[in-house]
Ligand binder design. Structure first.
Ligand code: NAP
Length: 277
């Protein structure tokens, strides 16, 4: 698997390792910018299944490092898919809610037309398209607002800022679903054991704005930090973000996969995990 030291990759590897022979690639062992070396490196391992969690994930910086982001998210994914197709390996690829523009009123279905509004989203969609062009035995797992113990994320940022400040300003007009890596790793382990191919949306259940997410973090901490609701326009970032990131789970239901617990339940477990760490 790629991205083995990332937020999600770490927990996926931990989840699978007891039952499977997991080869963990981090940047040192497989640099995804060295596209031409990817095929040979994977071929040596003769994998039955490749789980591709490695990605360029700096959404704002991607607007400047466009080529690097494209190389890692689109070109490397194409090389991985090509090797999988050649060797007959299955592929699980993690993608994002940012393939959508967020203008739909309802949650996005997996077959809604993608239309990314930032470069990161375009490159992740490029990865999806490459896979679909090249092979059939793939599972594309679109997730959103990921938090886990390995790496930085919104929860860690809010906890740090909540300690330092009495008031925080948080965007209230972007709605989506926070997703705990441990829960998503559990679902991906189910997918490893399944031959149900296709594109899935996989997040913790329920929706919230970033503002509601931040307020719940403070509530669980028992802090009285005031969270001011602001509009995206009041917090300009280099990359645009979709206002509606809600993902429908119909494809998961249809394939018989279990939905993940609510994001509040996931957040409570994560906060306990961080406290104990
Ligand atoms: N984070 C989110 O909110 C979110 C939301 C939707 C979808 N996703 C998708 O979920 C997947 C996992 O994301 P995550 O949150 O676990 O991200 P992450 O913590 O940033 O992990 C990504 C991993 O990719 C590795 N990587 C980056 N450049 C590389 C290169 N040139 N060669 C090899 N490895 C490289 C990183 O290594 P280093 O740490 O050494 O750089 C890191 O271990 C990604 O596909 C992402 O697009 C994430």
């Amino acid at each position: 698997m790629t991205g083995a030291n990332g937020q999600l990759g770490w927990d996926v590897a931990e989840r699978l390792a007891p039952e499977h022979d997991v080869v963990r690639y981090d940047k040192e062992h497989m640099d995804l910018t060295k596209t031409s070396a990817i095929g040979a490196a994977l071929a040596r391992e003769e994998p039955d299944l490749i789980i591709h969690c490695g990605a360029y994930t700096l959404v704002d910086k991607a607007e400047e490092e466009r080529e690097l982001c494209h190389a890692i998210n689109a070109e490397a994914t194409r090389a991985i898919a090509a090797q999988a197709a050649e060797s007959g390996a299955r592929l699980i690829y993690v993608s994002t809610d940012y393939v959508f523009d967020g203008t739909k009123r309802d949650p996005y279905e997996t077959d809604d037309p993608p239309h990314p509004i930032n470069h990161y989203g375009q490159t992740k969609l490029g990865g999806e398209s490459a896979i679909k062009d090249i092979m059939k035995r793939y599972q594309i797992v679109r997730t959103s607002w990921v938090f886990g113990s390995h790496g930085s994320n919104f929860v860690k940022t809010m906890v740090r800022l909540g300690k330092e400040r009495e008031t925080l300003r948080v965007v209230a007009d972007q709605v989506g679903s926070p997703t705990y890596t441990v829960d998503l790793a559990g679902l991906m382990a189910e997918m490893v054991g399944s031959e149900c191919y296709g594109t899935y949306h996989a997040t913790n259940e329920g929706f919230c704005s970033w503002h509601q997410f931040a307020a719940e973090i403070m509530r669980m901490k028992g802090w009285r930090t005031e969270i001011e609701a602001i509009a995206s326009a009041d917090y300009p970032t280099k990359a645009l973000r979709p206002k509606n990131s809600r993902l429908s789970k119909r494809s998961l239901d249809d394939a018989g996969f279990r939905r993940l617990p609510t994001w509040q339940d996931a957040l409570a477990r994560y906060m306990r995990e961080m406290k104990e760490a």
